[in-house]
Design a protein around this ligand. Structure first.
Ligand code: IPM
Ligand code: MG
Length: 368
């Protein structure tokens, strides 16, 4: 059987630094678990623009369509702020999501015991938190037409369109219900049905899919603004939250911060099954390229490492190895190792990006 294939797009800023630590885990998997990944590397974002004049080359796009999974670091940076919108680094990432049709974006927000003190919320509110936001990723206001900046009379008008078809809502709803069945069996759907027609349709379709196909899952609906409030008030009431592209973008940053640091959170973006039965998939940390700390050794590689663990679970059927990686992360945190973003008043042992990666590899060894 062919080796599992992986396209690594480290991207900009801290992307390459955190990805270097993932590569140590990939090497470990070969050396100690006998699993060899066929790894190809390529450019995305600002670095792709520097070389090709576009944030994602067509050849890279084609490669992404062929591999079992794509692993992405981060894109963007101040150097590219003044570029034309159409070639901004973010457009590379959005093209990957759109052309691979990765409609279901899983963003877990899990609070590690060792970090419960680190959240800006009280410890009892976040300790043991384990929720997943399922964000629709290929439609809505991110992609709806018409869009643009137009001239109307003597002024300009900026237009974006929130647009959802029934089938777009149905498929992401199914993915949330399927996930809930493997977890706490509870889905909360969030929209703004009180002000948006797209929200009314969203609510209807989610309810319909529930009633017809997933009556065993507990379903509730919430307006997205109230959802944001409830997420900060008592996040443990949730299990799986399903929401649209823009609300999901906002709510997942909020949920991320509940856990103490954006530097901890992985994500998986999944599409329709390929010929081998596995979903098309891209894995990336929720954090950005953090240009302010790039090159300083301060980046936390855990979100990217946990994104690779999600790849093991969802793309490679290696749930056991995914759990090994997650346990190794938990171990180093429990041992008190802290990258700069995790340094709170309670202290800990300060470590650099590479030291954190090495410690996780050592914990993997110790766990065998
Ligand atoms: C995210 C990011 C992206 C988004 C940007 C970088 C385009 O904020 O993945 O949450 O808005 O989707
Ligand atoms: Mg975001």
């Amino acid at each position: 059987m062919a080796n599992p294939s992986l396209l690594i797009l480290a991207g900009d800023g801290i992307g390459p630094e955190v990805m270097a630590e993932v590569k140590k885990i990939i090497d470990w998997m070969r050396a100690r678990r006998g699993v060899t990944f066929d790894v190809t590397e390529d450019l995305v974002g600002g670095c792709a623009y520097d070389k090709h004049g576009v944030p994602l080359h067509d050849d890279t796009m084609a490669k992404a369509q062929e591999v079992d999974a794509v692993l992405l670091g981060a894109v963007g940076g101040p150097k590219y702020d003044s570029l034309d919108f159409s070639v901004k680094p973010e457009r590379g990432l959005l093209r990957l999501r759109k052309e691979m049709d990765l409609f279901s974006n899983l963003r877990p927000a899990q609070c590690f015991d060792a970090l419960a003190d680190f959240s800006s919320l009280k410890k009892e509110v976040v300790a043991g938190l384990d929720i997943v936001i399922v964000r629709e990723l290929t439609s809505g206001v991110y992609f709806g037409e018409p869009r643009g900046i137009f001239v109307e009379g003597n002024e300009r008008v900026g237009i974006n369109t929130q647009r959802y078809t029934e089938s777009e809502i149905a498929r992401v709803a199914r993915s949330a219900f399927e996930l809930a069945r493997k977890r706490g069996n509870k889905v909360c759907s969030m929209e703004k049905a009180n002000v948006m027609e797209s929200g009314i349709l969203w609510r209807d379709v989610v309810q319909e899919i529930h009633d017809k196909e997933y009556p065993d899952v507990q379903l509730s609906h919430m307006y997205a603004d109230a959802g944001a409030m409830q997420l900060t008030r008592w996040p443990k009431q949730f299990d799986v939250i399903v929401t649209d592209n823009l609300f999901g973008d906002l709510l997942s940053d909020l949920a991320a911060m509940l856990t103490g640091s954006l530097g901890m959170l992985p994500s998986a973006s999944l599409g329709a099954p390929m010929a081998n039965g596995r979903p098309k998939a891209l894995y990336e940390p929720v954090h950005g390229s953090a240009p302010d700390i790039a090159g300083t050794g301060k980046a936390n590689p855990i979100a990217c490492i946990l994104s690779f663990a999600m790849a093991l679970r969802y793309s490679f059927d290696m749930g056991e190895d995914a759990a090994r990686v997650e346990a190794a992360v938990e171990k180093v945190l429990a041992d008190g190792l802290r990258t700069a973003d995790l340094m709170g008043p309670e202290g800990g042992t300060p470590v650099s990006t590479t030291q954190m990666g090495d410690a996780i590899v050592a914990a993997l060894d110790a766990g065998l």
